[in-house]
Design a protein around this ligand. Sequence first.
Ligand code: PLP
Length: 400
Amino acid sequence: NLDFHPSGRHFLQIPGPSPVPDRILRAMSLPTIDHRGPEFGALGLTLLAKLKQVFKTEGPVIIYPASGTGAWEAALANTLSPGDRVLMFETGHFATLWHTMARRLQLDPEFIGLPGYEGWRHGVRADMIEARLREDPAHEIKAVCVVHNETSTGVTSDIAAVRRAIDAAGHPALLLVDTISGLASADYRHDEWGVDVTISGSQKGLMLPPGISFNAVSERAIEASHHNRMPKSFWAWDEILEANQNGYWPYTPSTNLLYGLNESLDMLLEEGLDQVLARHQRWAAGVRQAVAAWGLEIQCQDPAVYSPVLTGVVMPEGVDADAVRKLIYERFDLSLGTGLGKAKGKMFRIGHLGDCNDLTLIATLGGCEAGMKLAGVPLAGSGVGAALDYFAHHPLDAIR
Ligand code: PLP
C-alpha cells in the first residue's frame, strides 16, 4: 500500500544493504567534482591506500561502478579463458549464482558440495577441495571459487583452510573469494590467506549504498590477466590499474559513492578493525541467544562458522517463513531477509551488521518475536529477554 507511511525510522535489518550512517550520507551529499581534476586525484589516492587496510593487502584494490555481481564477473573475466575448468563449492544461493555466471561466461565450472541441503547449513569443506585437486594431475582446474560469508544462509567458510588445501595438493589453481557480505564485518585477510582475487561490495560492512564493488588482486592474478582470453573491456584491470596510479579512473567513477567510501574507511579505521569485528561477533552471539530462547533452529549447523553478519532463523515445519516475514514488515516496518533458493519459505534472515547497536537489535528481535507470536509460531520463551541479558552481561570492552 503506497499510501501508508509509517512514522519513525524503518528498520532495515536485511543482510545488506545495511543502514547507511548519517556521517556517510552527509559526505555523499557534497557537490560532485571534476573527476579529472586535481582534487579528485588526491581523493582517489587517499581512498585507494586506505582501502588496502580493510582488505588486509599490500596489493591493489580495483573499484568498479557496479554492484557485487559486476565484481564477480570482473574476477572471472580477468583471470580465466573460455572453456577453463573452475572448481566451485555449493554453500548456498550466492555460490549457486556465481556458478551460473561461470557457465554463462563459457567457463566449465564444476560444482562440488555436501549432499542435498546439507551444503546450505555448513561451510566449505577444504578436504573435499584438496581431494578433488589431487585428482587433477594435469592441472586442468584453473581456479577455485568460494564464498567467504554465504549471505543466503549465515554460514562463513575457512578461507585459510582452502588455501592450505590448494597448497597441500600442490596445485597451481588461483583462489577467488567472494566476501561481498563479509568484508569489514567478518575477519578477512587477503594477503595472509593467499587469496588471488577478493570480490567485495559496498552495501554491507562498508555501510554504503549499493553501487560500487571491488577486486583485490594478487600478483599471480594480474599475471593471469595478461594472458587470459576472455573478452573484456569495461572490466579489464590493466587500464584501471594504470589510471589508479594517479588516483583516477579510465571512465567516470561513482564520485559521490567514493566520497562515502572515504568516510566509511575513516569510520572503520578510527574505530579499529579489531573492534569492528568484535562488535559484530558480539551482536551475532546475542541474536543466537534469542533464537535459542525462542526454541528455534539456526540455519548454520556448525558453531565454528556461525556468521557474525547475519543469522538464519529456521521456521518450524509447516510454517511459511515468508508469510511471517511479510507480517513483520507490515506490522512493524521491519525488513528481514527472505529465504533464497533452496531455503525459500524455510527461514528468514536477521542482518546484524554495520551501523547497528544493541538497542536497534533488541528492537529488531522484538519485531521478530511479536510477529512470530501473531503468526502463531510456537515459541519456547522470550528471545528479546535472552538477548538483553546477553548484551547486559557481555559489554564490548570485556571481549576486546
Ligand atoms: N555474493 C554475495 C555473498 C552476496 O551477498 C551478494 C548480494 O547480496 C552478491 C554476491 C551479489 O551482489 P550484488 O547484489 O551487489 O550484485
